[in-house]
Design a protein around this ligand. Sequence first.
Ligand code: OVM
Length: 405
Amino acid sequence: MIEGHKEIDAPAGVPVWDVDPYDPALLADPLDYYAELRSKGPFAYLPRYSVLACGRYEETKEVFSDWERFVSSRGVGLQDFSLEEPWRPPSIVLEVDPPDHTKARAVIERALSPRAVRELGESFRRDAEKLVDELLEKGTFEAVEELAETYPTTVFPDAVGLGKSDRRKLVDYGEMVFNALGPDNELRRNAMAKGPGVVPWIMEQCKRENLKPDGFGATIYAASDTGEITEEEAGLLVRSMLSAGVDTTVSVLGSAVWCLANNPDQFRVLKDNRALSRWAFEETLRYTSPIHTFCRTANVDTEVGGIKIVEGAKILCVLGSANLDESHWPGADSFDIERRPSDHLALGVGIHGCVGQNVARAEVDAVLTAIANKVGSIEPAGEPIWRPNNSVHTLDRLPVTFKGK
Ligand code: OVM
C-alpha cells in the first residue's frame, strides 16, 4: 500500500513523472504543472504516490463520468476505502456508487431543487446588495475575507436552516474535508488538527432539533418521515451540504472577483449585459476550477485512451487541467465570459455532478449582479495570494478596490 491505496506499476505507454502534485508551491500556482501533464499524454504515472494523473479534457471526462468502471465508493481522495478506514463515516452521496447512491442523491437533489433555490433568490440578492454597498463605502478591501468568505457564510447556513452560525468553523470543516482527500502531508495534518474544535460542532448542527423548519435541512429530514431514508442518513446528508457548500462557493466568489479585476474589459462586457452574469460564473469555474482534483478508483481492469488500467489503480482527475485544455477550448488561457463553456468539468459530470450547483449559481449570480449594478470598476490593490489545499483551488488574500460609477 501507498497513501492508503494499492501500489501499481506504470502501464505500458505511460510516462513516469517525478512530480508532487500536492506540493504547496505547485498548488498555489498550478498552471505549469497542468500544461506539462497535458503534454505527457492521456495519463502520467506519478511514482511518488503510485497513481495515474489524468489532465486532458477527453480522458478526464471519460474517467470522471463512468461510475461503473471508476468508482467513488473507494474514496475520491488518495485513500482506498476498501483497504483503509476513512477519517469519518463516508458521505452517503459522494463516496458511494449506485444503487446506494441513487436514493440519497434523489433526496438531496429535491432539497436543492431549482424551485427551492428560486424562493431564496430575493433574500440572496438583498444580502448581496447590502454587502456590495458596504464594500463600495470602504473602497479598498480584502476580498477573500470581506466578500468571498462573508457572503456564503451569511446566506448558506441560513438556507440550510442552521441556528446561530460560526463562520470560522464552517470554513475550517471544509478545509478538513478537502485536504483529507490528499496525501498525509502537512496541509492534511494541519487541517485535521482542527478536528476536535470543529467536527463535534458540525455534527451537532446536523441534528434535526437544531435545524429551522424551513431550510434545506428540514426538507432532508422530511424524507426520513416517509421512510425514504433513515434519520441517521438525513443527518449525513445535512453533513454533506455543510462539507461541500462553503469552501467551494468561497473559492468561486473570490476567483470571480480576481478574474474581473484582472480583465476590466470583461467587467465592461458584464456591465453592458447583466444576463452574462450566469456565464461569468461558468467561465470562472472553467478558468479557475474551485475543485482542482478529485480521484476515482478503477474497480475493474480496463482501458482508456489506449492505456491499460488495472483494478485498484487510483486516478487523479485533474479537473483544473482538463478545463484549460487548448484542444477543447481554443484560447483556453483567456478569461472570456462570452465563451459560454457549458461543458466544463468544474462541477463534475454524470451521476455525481454537483448537486448544489443551483445554490452556487444563485449566490454568485446575486453577488455579480450587485457588483455589475453598483460598481464602476474593480482594480487590483496588491498581490493576490493563493491558499494551497489538496483539492480546492482558492485564494487566501485578494486586495481590491471597488470604484463607484
Ligand atoms: C460530502 C462532500 C464532501 C466534499 C465534497 C463534496 C463536492 C461532497 O460530504 O458529501 O462534493
